[in-house]
Design a protein around this ligand. Structure first.
Ligand code: MV4
Length: 498
């Protein structure tokens, strides 16, 4: 195994990777920006190297400094996590050129899948079903192509992914404007204005297969995740397995996912995204993500595997320790992403100090987080506070446990989406396993948090009791404005009396 690796990331995924390293006896090296001097991932690492200012361009995206940091401490490998440089082919090349191991796929695979049009061409050659579409080229006639495909169509950016630069077009008269604005957005975001068309598969399930390859040509899939519960292309609830698939469809899609990965000689962890029409049960390849994903824990829960440990193994050229028929899935797992955001303010990130972070501790519940009480949510990075993962013997059991876990999640200081998550989880469409890509927009368009009920009040009381341990509290208690008729006096007396 490795002796020492550098984790080129921050927050919960850096913490998650370090936990796997600790179990394997690998020394960990954190990198950190000026905003993260006190961050949890830094406190957890064996060593930590400062790499620059808070803005990602000045720190977590500085491949030169990150590689220099790894060399300065004698790390053998770099794990990129997700986001930041994780799908940057030039970074993977630079890491390997520096004589280090990059814990991830080949730069060729990253490049091929980074171009959504190239990915489509590769999948078509490999007989993996793709959505009817049109790539254009010289003498392109998008209007004619859209008519042939049939409306509604989607305009997508070739360099895009994750919904960036996407436009839904429902009528021919709107096509030209949509193409123009998509091209402008793509040029601005990716420096490449190339767009293509696809038939828009509406009210569908977003189902993705976890794949894993080693450097000896072996590729397996680790079953699927249903990620249809998204808001503005931000996933909020994911589950495994997908409630839409039966055994036969799962087998066919799994085989297509393995074929897709083999088409680019894939090694390490990857995900094949499909869109599935619940009416016809036809499925189509959308894109491949060439990294470990945020939602990987639900796959870990149903397979009993540790995907980070597997990543380290195959990065060392070891063969996958199992064949496809040795991998089994059991039970059901759900993940909720807890974000610091304010639903009453357009779901904008809510930043500031976290006065209290109290996470559930119960059987079958896992919490992946990178923050603790006293830490800060800043404007510089993703406002995700934690991932709550619940595992049950079946879907209903997992959902019940998730609601209990959310009821025991108390975040004070920043507004969160916990109440929103609970309402989404309780919705009959979700309870029935019938969530499609249009669910959140249709059912929660003008959602507002309900009035506090007695359970909320009990939580607030419990949280106030916990606040005793927060450093700021004595200042509040000594505030001269806290007079005897102030309701805070009650807690004050309780405190001084204790
Ligand atoms: C699609 C699609 C339907 N038809 N492509 C969104 C993110 C990116 N990974 C691909 N995405 C989609 N591509 C075709 N041809 C549906 C999605 C999609 C989606 C679309 C609208 C609202 C929510 C969505 C959630 C997941 C996927």
């Amino acid at each position: 195994m490795f002796r020492k690796i550098l984790i080129a990331n921050r927050g919960e995924i850096a913490v998650r990777i370090m936990r796997a390293c600790q179990e394997l006896g690998i020394r960990t090296v954190a990198i950190y920006s000026d905003a993260d001097v006190q961050a949890m991932h830094v406190r957890m690492a064996d060593e930590a190297v400062p790499i620059g200012a808070a803005a990602p361009r000045e720190s977590y995206l500085r491949s030169d400094r990150i590689i220099a940091a790894a060399q300065s401490v004698g790390a053998q490998a770099i794990h990129p996590g997700f986001g930041f440089l994780s799908e940057n082919a030039d970074f993977a090349d630079a890491v390997r050129a520096a004589g280090l191991i990059s814990i991830g796929p080949s730069s060729d695979a990253i490049r091929s899948m980074g171009s959504k049009t190239r990915a489509r061409a590769i999948m078509q050659l490999a007989d993996v079903p793709i959505v009817p579409g049109y790539e254009g080229g010289i003498d392109a006639d998008f209007g004619e192509a859209a008519g042939t495909i049939g409306y509604p169509v989607l305009v997508k950016a070739a360099a895009g992914g994750g919904g960036k630069g996407m436009r839904i077009v429902r009528a021919p008269k709107d096509l030209e404007d949509a193409i123009d604005s998509a091209q402008r957005e793509a040029e601005k975001a990716f420096g490449d204005p190339t767009i293509f068309l696809e038939k828009y598969v509406e009210h569908a399930h977003h189902v993705e297969f976890q794949v894993f390859g080693d450097m000896h040509g072996n590729v397996v899939h680790l079953f699927e995740r249903d990620c249809s519960t998204q808001r503005r292309h931000q996933k909020i609830i994911e589950e495994a397995p997908s409630p839409l698939l039966d055994g036969e469809l799962r087998q066919r899609m799994g085989e297509a996912a393995v074929t897709a990965a083999q088409a680019v000689a894939y090694h390490n962890a990857g995900t094949i995204e499909f869109i599935v029409d619940p009416q016809t049960l036809e499925f189509y390849f959308l894109e491949m993500n060439t990294r470990l994903q945020v939602e990987h824990p639900i796959t870990e829960m149903i397979t009993g595997l540790d995907l980070v440990k597997l990543q380290l193994k195959v990065a060392l050229s070891e063969p996958l320790p199992f064949a496809q028929d040795q991998i089994t899935a059991r039970g059901h797992a759900v993940e909720c992403r807890v974000y610091a955001e304010d639903a009453t303010n357009g779901f904008l990130p809510a930043v500031g100090p976290v006065l209290l972070a109290k996470f559930p501790s119960m059987p079958g519940v896992r919490v992946d987080t990178g923050i603790e009480t006293g830490d800060e949510v800043t404007i510089h990075y993703d406002p995700m506070i934690a991932k709550i993962i619940a595992y049950g013997q079946d879907r209903a059991d997992a959902i019940r446990k998730m609601d209990a876990a959310l009821r025991n999640t108390i975040i004070l200081g920043v507004t969160t989406n916990v109440r929103f998550l609970r309402d989404v989880l309780a919705h009959p469409v979700l309870q029935r396993g019938e969530v499609t890509t249009s669910f959140i927009e249709r059912e929660f368009a003008d959602w507002q948090p309900g009035v506090s009920d007695s359970a909320d009040l009990a939580l607030i009381a419990a949280a106030l009791a916990d606040l005793q341990s927060v450093r700021e509290w004595p200042t509040i208690a000594r505030n001269p404005q806290t007079t005897s008729h102030d309701p805070w006096q009650v807690s004050d007396a309780f405190r001084t009396g204790g």
